[in-house]
Design a protein around this ligand. Structure first.
Ligand SMILES: Nc1ncnc2c1ncn2[C@@H]1O[C@H](COP(=O)(O)OP(=O)(O)OP(=O)(O)O)[C@@H](O)[C@H]1O
Ligand SMILES: [Mg+2]
Length: 429
């Protein structure tokens, strides 16, 4: 027997009251199912109850629900857009991967750092896209998080020649099963480079102090050897036995070479004070070319010079000569073992505003892009042990800095290298 039949059987007045209560309850139940606030007794008075239109109420409720749904959807869209904007705006790379290490989502920074242009990433393996590998690396923090279900805090990993600090956290379902991982990584390549430079600068200071100390100690005895050998040569010109003069000349020559090395060491340790004077830069350039003439001729290297007249710089001639000597020696050494016709070094000098600009260029093998930023670092060399100490360009940059100028390199591998030295023009320059 239904509820209504039961009410009909009882006293009609009592039945009426119960009927109204029953209808109110059902209406409010309907409203609550529809997600609408229940109506109070005043809102649903006897008259309203009599005129009650259940289909109208359902229609109204649907309308309200749809309205509510639309509002919720709009809010959800705004929240999603905001979340995506934050996701993309943060300065770190964020990637979400599933348990098979396939990319579910990643932010713009991640794409910018590790994904080549126009590459579809969603659904692809992260190790393929981000690391360029066929399988994940053993030290990959995401592998560990997926296997253990635990986060990994700050691990340094190298991806595509960049250094990253990575943090990974697991994603789990309601049962606690690992369904994927979130990987947040920060590019620390520049920071590492700065730390490395710092270490090198400290190393350089220590070596500079040591080299400077030794150079000072050796300077005097070597000066004496040179002085006395020269005197002996002069004094004993007439009385020297056969071969003795030649031997003395060798002593003088070797002592001079030793002095040059010591001067180089003092330059390197920045312990020699520059002797500034107004000089014609062309004189220095031509002197350097003359010094290297034999080596240039032996290797069949042509030197082209295009030097504007009257370019005066305020500089220490010996130190500036050392700069051009190092630049040209590097070009000569770069040509070594190169089977190429038309080996050439060109030196051009012009005035550019208040600066004198000298370009030393060669058509040698060039410098690979990935090492171009390191060539001015002290002890950076690509030459075999015993061939280069990696000090030439670091000395050049030190000397040019001392002269308040600048030096930089441009290179196209396979085509050649060009160094540009800029120095403040002298009074009459
Ligand atoms: N003209 C050039 N062509 C090609 N590579 C060059 C050139 N100049 C410099 N380099 C590169 O830059 C590196 C650093 O040069 P740098 O003069 O500082 O040291 P080095 O020549 O190796 O040693 P050192 O000058 O102390 O004998 C070289 O080892 C070489 O790889
Ligand atoms: Mg060199």
């Amino acid at each position: 027997m239904s509820g209504l039949e039961e009410i009909e059987k009882t006293d009609p007045r009592l039945g009426n009251e119960r009927l109204k209560r029953y209808i109110r309850e059902k209406v409010n139940h309907l409203l609550s199912v529809m997600g609408t606030k229940p109506l109070s007794r005043e809102e649903l008075d006897d008259n309203t109850l009599l005129e009650l239109d259940p289909i109208g109420i359902i229609a109204l409720s649907f309308e309200q629900i749809l309205e509510h749904q639309k509002d919720t959807n709009e809010r959800l869209t705004v929240a999603k857009d905001q979340l995506q904007a934050v996701f993309d705006a943060v300065g770190v790379c964020i990637s979400i991967i599933d348990e098979d290490m396939r990319i579910v989502n990643c932010n713009e920074k991640q794409k910018e750092m590790l994904v080549s242009a126009n590459t579809e990433v969603i659904g692809r393996h992260c190790y393929e896209i981000y690391c360029g590998k066929d399988s994940p690396s053993l030290d990959c923090p995401a592998v560990e998080t997926l296997a253990t279900g635990r986060p990994v805090f700050i691990r340094e990993v190298k991806k595509k020649n960049k250094h990253f600090q990575i943090v990974t956290s697991p994603m789990k379902d309601a049962e606690g099963r690992v369904t994927g991982a979130i990987e947040v990584s920060m590019d620390v390549t520049e920071k590492k480079k700065a730390e490395e430079l710092m270490r090198q600068a400290e190393k350089l200071t220590a070596i500079g102090l040591l080299a400077g100390g030794i150079a000072h100690e050796l300077n005097n005895p070597l000066g004496n050897i040179l002085g006395y050998a020269t005197l002996l040569l002069k004094d004993g010109e007439s009385g020297l036995g056969p071969g003795q003069k030649e031997k003395l000349e060798i002593i003088v020559e070797q002592a001079k070479k030793g002095s040059e090395i010591i001067r180089g060491l003092l330059d390197f340790s920045r312990q020699s004070v520059p002797a500034f004077q107004d000089i014609l830069i062309n004189d220095i350039i031509m002197k350097t070319v003359r010094t290297l003439q034999n080596r240039l001729a032996c290797q069949g290297i042509k030197v082209d010079t295009a030097l504007a007249d009257g370019l005066i710089v305020r500089a220490d001639p010996r130190k500036i000569e050392l700069v051009f000597l190092n630049l040209m020696l590097n070009s000569i050494q770069a040509f070594e073992g190169m089977d190429r016709k038309g080996k050439a070094i060109s030196v051009r000098a012009v005035r550019e505003g208040g600066l004198i600009q000298v370009k030393v260029a060669d058509n040698g093998p060039g410098i690979p892009e990935d090492i171009l930023s390191n060539i001015f670092d002290p002890f950076f060399t690509t030459k075999p042990v015993g061939k280069g100490a990696g000090l030439g360009l670091s000395i050049c940059s030190g000397v040019i800095r001392e002269h308040k100028g600048s030096i930089h390199a441009a290179s196209e591998p396979g085509k050649g290298t060009e160094f540009t030295v800029s120095l403040p023009a002298g009074v009459k320059g």
